[in-house]
Design a protein around this ligand. Structure first.
Ligand SMILES: Cc1ncc(COP(=O)(O)O)c(C=O)c1O
Length: 381
């Protein structure tokens, strides 16, 4: 796991004595991750950071200064992005099951909305007759859907979006101004993305007034944080595809992307300390002064979330030469309050600092009050 010296010394300066667990972010890394998206060659584009990955005010401000917009899926997150200075078309709102009041609020904010079903569209048309709108599309089993970390986002097993028949049956096709697709999360296969996008482009020909194609997010980050999806080569390919789509529609279509995880994933760390050791027969059980309710990916995805960890003692990172099989647990009675299982780590002692990496996305934002632990502070360096 990599951590630069600046961040390391910040962690050390904040971890003297008893300290509450906290997040720390490398702001420059967040900026770099924004820039590779902004540099995608296709000109008519907007990149909207998916705020469910991180809704921190300062994080949003960083993203904004890098000319990245936002995508939200709830009114609370819409308020948070407005507070950070995003307005109107800088906000994409894609969700499911929006009620009338939600639609009115999104409309009033001037955000771009993508509706999830024929009934949502009917509701919209009642509220705002003839006003153009986007829809979320389920391209069905036209490509073989990948089951990604959180399940299926397209195909017959996904609950989301208009089915192909539902798209074909839309009466007022002229009011559809954009199509939205989210192929799944944590994907590394550019060809899979492109196959899905091609199907969306085919479907877009059903609608004469298309202005944008929103291809969503889903760009992978490996669990150990060592490998990031190659945005540069993806950018070249997606630009070629958009040129082709624009030619088909005989107009300059807008490309919208909604990267989430990849923007902050490896830029964030969660720092905590060891508060208990149980020496068991085949392994060490180490307790932290923190709970997975404060660092929630291991709680939400116990089978797959596997954050890298480094151990600091007396101001120095311990090397991993002499390791013990270790399970790290949280300071609650909940049986699933487990940060990691059967990990080869240096033999931990009470007072050691443990820093988990790849913690900048879906970690602070999924904090839950369940079990009664405080929301950790977040620092940006
Ligand atoms: C519609 C939509 N767009 C974008 C994202 C961000 O996805 P990721 O973090 O995988 O890039 C999500 C995440 O669930 C989503 O639902």
């Amino acid at each position: 796991m990599k951590i630069n010296n600046k961040l390391l010394s910040e962690i050390l300066s904040r971890t003297e004595g008893d300290f509450a667990p906290f997040y720390i972010y490398d702001s420059e890394k967040i900026r770099e991750n924004c820039r590779v998206f902004y540099q995608i060659p296709y000109k008519n584009k907007a990149v909207h950071f998916a705020t469910m990955a991180n809704i921190n005010h300062e994080f949003l401000k960083i993203v904004k200064t890098e000319k990245i917009n936002v995508f939200v899926n709830s009114l609370l997150h819409m308020k948070a992005v407005q507070d950070a200075g995003f307005n109107g078309s800088e906000i994409v709102f894609t969700s499911s099951g929006q009620n009338k009041e939600t639609m009115i609020k999104i409309h009033k904010a001037g955000a771009q909305i993508n509706l999830d079903s024929p009934n949502q569209l009917a509701q919209w048309q009642k509220l705002f007759p003839n006003e153009k709108v986007g829809i979320r599309c389920n391209i069905g089993d036209k490509v073989e859907p990948y089951s990604t970390r959180a399940g299926f986002f397209i195909g017959s097993q996904s609950r989301l979006g208009f089915t192909i028949d539902e798209m074909k049956n839309i009466q007022d096709k002229h009011i559809i101004k954009g199509l939205h697709l989210y192929a799944g999360t944590d994907i590394f296969d550019t060809n899979y993305f492109l196959s899905c996008y091609n199907e969306l482009i085919d479907l877009s020909l059903l609608f004469p007034n298309i202005e944008y194609l929103n291809f969503g997010g889903g760009f992978g980050v490996s669990e150990d944080g060592e490998t990031n999806f190659d945005v540069k080569s993806y950018g070249i390919k997606v630009s070629e595809l958009m040129n082709k789509a624009s030619e088909l529609h005989k107009k300059d279509l807008k490309l919208i992307l909604e990267p989430g995880r990849i923007i902050g994933g490896i830029a964030g760390y969660f720092a905590t300390s060891v508060s208990d050791i149980k020496d068991r027969e085949n392994q060490i059980l180490a307790g932290l002064n923190a709970s997975t309710t404060q660092f929630s990916r291991p709680l939400l995805y116990p089978e797959t979330a596997n954050h890298p960890a480094l151990v600091i003692r007396n101001g120095a990172i311990l090397d991993k030469k002499d390791t013990k099989v270790t399970t790290i647990f949280g300071s609650s009675t909940y049986s699933r309050d487990i940060f990691c299982k059967d990990r080869h780590l240096p033999e931990l002692k009470i007072g050691d600092i443990v820093v988990f990496g790849n913690g900048g996305s879906y970690s602070a934002s999924s904090y839950t009050e369940f079990l009664g632990f405080q929301k950790p502070e977040e620092f940006f360096i």
